[in-house]
Design a protein around this ligand. Structure first.
Ligand SMILES: Cc1ncc(COP(=O)(O)O)c(C=O)c1O
Ligand SMILES: N[C@@H](CCOP(=O)(O)O)C(=O)O
Length: 469
C-alpha cells in the first residue's frame, strides 16, 4: 500500500514509512493512494469474528508490504487481548433506535487506547527493524496524552514529550499523564490552548533545527496508523446491527476530526453507513464548516467537554483532500492561506462531497448536561460529557427525522464517565468511581514542567531533553 500527502509534494511512503513519519514533510497528512474496498460478501464473512481477528482483517490491506500476515495477527491478538472487556468495544442498547459503542475499556479509559496500544507495538517493531531511536512529540487536550504515554512508557528506542494546555484538562486526565514514572516520559503544561500545543507540534516537524537533530514521531491522529486502527470498531458495531444488509448511522463527538474520519474511511471501504453525525460542543468550527462552508477558527471556549475544546481540526484536511478531487497543490495553497488567516471557505466540491455523508449538530453545555440526565433517567447509564454531546446529536437526529426511525443510531462513547466526575455529578447527581484498573491515581506524585505558550520554549525543552537522554 502506498501513501500520499494531502499537500502533494512530500515523498510517497509505505505503511512503515508513514507510521514513523507522522506528519508529511510538506506539512500535509498522509492517506492511502487509493481506498481498499470490501465486497458485500466479504463484509458478510466478517460477521461473528472476535475483535482481534476482525481488526487484523480490516487493517490488512493498509499494512501490506510492511507487516506479514503473521506479524499483524500476533500484534492484534496481543493488543486486543488485554482490554477491560472481552468484547473490547461493546455495544449497549439504550432504546429501539439508540445504541452506545463503549470505546473506553482500554487502560486509560478513552477511545484513544484502541489505536494507541496498537501504535506502541508498531513503533517497537519498525524501530527495532531499522535500529533507530525516536523522539515522540504530542499535543493533548486530555486523552491522547495518557493513552500515548501508557502505550510507550519504558519502551526501548522511544522518548515522549507530551504538551497539554495548563489548567484545561480534568484532574483525572492530568494525573493519568503526570503520575507515570518512566525515564522516557516528559509532560509539559503550556500556557495556552490545545490548538497552540498542536500548532507547536506541527511546527517542530517542519523546523530544521529539530528535524536535523532528532528523528521525530507522532502519536496524534496526524499519524495515519491511529485512524486505521479506529476504522475497525465501525465494522465491528455495524456488523452486529445487520451490516451489510442494514445501514446504520453514527454520532461521533468530534474535536480533531480523527474519530469521525475513521468512519468515513469505513464507508469508503464499502461499509454501508447511512450518515455520520459530527457532534460538536460550542467550539463549533466543524459545525459551521459542514453547515455553510465557513471554516474559520475563533477563540477556544473552555467547556465541560475539555477534550473537544479544539478550533483547528487537523484531520478535516484529509476530508477536504479526498472530497475536493485529491488536488495536493490546490489544497496546499488553501491550507497555507488558512494557516495565515485562520479562516477559509470550502470549495463547492468539498462542501458537496462532505454533505453526501456528514451532518453536524452542535450541543451547548445545557444540552450536554440534559443528554447525561436523559441517559441516566431513561436507561440507567452514566455517560461522560463528551459522549453526552454525541448523544444529544443522536436524539436530535432521531427526533427530527434526519435519521429515519428504522435506522439504528450508534453514539460513540468516547470516554469513561469517571474521567470527568464533577460534570457528571452535576448532571446526574451521582459521582462515578474510577475503575480499579487505573489504580491509586490520587495517591501518586505528579511530575510535569510548566512552560510559556511560546513555540521556542517547547522546542528548546524537546532539544534539551533529547540531548540529555
Ligand atoms: C473523550 C473524547 N471524545 C471525543 C474526542 C474527539 O475526537 P476527535 O479528536 O478524534 O474528533 C476526544 C479527543 O480527541 C476525546 O478525548
Ligand atoms: N482530544 C484529543 C486531542 C488530540 O487529538 P488526536 O486524536 O489528534 O490525538 C486529546 O484527548 O488529546
Amino acid at each position: 500500500m502506498e501513501y500520499i500527502s494531502t499537500r502533494g509534494s512530500a515523498p510517497t511512503l509505505d505503511f512503515e514509512g508513514v507510521t514513523l513519519a507522522g506528519l508529511a514533510t510538506d506539512g500535509g497528512l498522509y492517506l492511502p493512494s487509493e481506498w481498499p474496498r470490501f465486497s458485500e460478501a466479504e463484509i458478510r464473512d466478517l460477521r461473528g469474528k472476535p475483535y482481534h481477528e476482525l481488526a487484523a482483517t480490516v487493517m490488512r490491506p493498509f499494512v501490506k508490504g510492511s507487516l506479514t500476515d503473521d506479524e499483524l495477527d500476533a500484534m492484534c491478538a496481543a493488543v486486543y487481548g488485554d482490554f477491560g472487556h472481552a468484547a473490547v468495544t461493546p455495544l449497549v442498547q439504550l432504546n429501539e433506535q439508540h445504541w452506545l459503542l463503549e470505546l473506553f475499556h482500554g487502560p486509560t479509559l478513552a477511545f484513544k487506547d484502541v489505536a494507541l496500544q496498537m501504535l506502541g507495538h508498531l513503533f517497537e517493531t519498525f524501530l527495532a527493524r531499522r535500529e533507530q531511536r525516536m523522539m515522540i512529540v504530542g499535543a493533548t487536550s486530555g486523552d491522547t496524552g495518557s493513552a500515548a504515554i501508557n502505550a510507550v512508557a519504558n519502551r526501548d528506542n522511544v522518548e515522549i514529550v507530551m504538551l497539554h494546555p495548563k489548567g484545561r484538562v480534568s484532574d483525572v486526565q492530568r494525573r493519568q499523564m503526570t503520575t507515570v514514572r518512566a525515564a522516557n516520559v516528559y509532560n509539559l503544561a503550556i500556557d495556552g490552548s490545545f490548538d497552540d500545543a498542536q500548532a507547536h507540534v506541527k511546527c517542530m516537524f517542519r523546523d530544521p533545527n529539530v528535524t536535523g537533530a532528532l528523528k521525530l514521531g507522532a502519536v496524534n491522529s496526524i499519524n495515519w496508523a491511529r485512524l486505521m486502527a479506529q476504522v475497525v470498531y465501525y465494522f465491528y458495531s455495524a456488523l452486529q446491527l445487520g451490516a451489510p444488509e442494514r445501514k446504520v448511522a453514527y454520532s461521533v463527538p468530534t474535536g480533531n476530526f480523527g474519530d469521525v474520519f475513521a468512519g468515513y474511511v469505513a464507508a469508503r471501504m464499502g461499509l454501508p453507513i447511512e450518515r455520520l453525525i459530527v457532534a460538536t460542543n460550542v467550539n463549533d468550527i466543524l459545525y459551521r464548516a459542514l453547515s455553510d462552508g465557513d471554516y474559520s477558527a475563533g477563540g477556544v471556549t473552555p467547556t465541560i467537554t475539555p477534550s473537544m475544546d479544539i478550533q483547528v481540526s487537523s484531520n478535516f484536511e484529509r476530508l477536504l483532500f479526498d472530497c475536493g478531487g485529491r488536488d495536493g497543490a490546490a489544497l496546499a495553497e488553501q491550507m497555507g492561506a488558512f494557516e495565515a488567516s485562520k479562516a477559509m471557505r470550502l470549495t463547492n466540491a468539498q462542501a458537496q462531497g462532505a454533505s453526501a455523508l456528514f451532518t453536524s449538530i452542535r450541543a451547548d453545555q445545557d444540552e450536554t448536561a440534559q443528554a447525561l440526565a436523559w441517559a441516566y433517567r431513561e436507561t440507567s447509564q452514566i455517560i461522560d460529557p463528551h459522549t453526552g454531546v454525541g448523544l444529544h446529536a443522536s436524539i436530535v437526529a432521531g427526533d427530527t427525522g434526519l435519521i429515519a426511525k428504522d435506522v439504528p443510531i450508534i453514539t460513540l462513547a468516547t470516554a469513561h464517565p469517571a474521567k470527568f466526575p464533577d460534570a457528571v455529578e452535576r448532571a446526574v447527581g451521582v459521582r462515578p468511581a474510577l475503575p480499579q484498573r487505573v489504580g491509586d491515581l490520587f495517591g501518586r506524585e505528579e511530575h510535569f514542567t510548566e512552560i510559556s505558550g511560546d513555540y521556542e520554549a517547547a522546542r528548546n525543552f524537546v532539544l534539551q531533553n533529547a540531548a540529555d537522554a
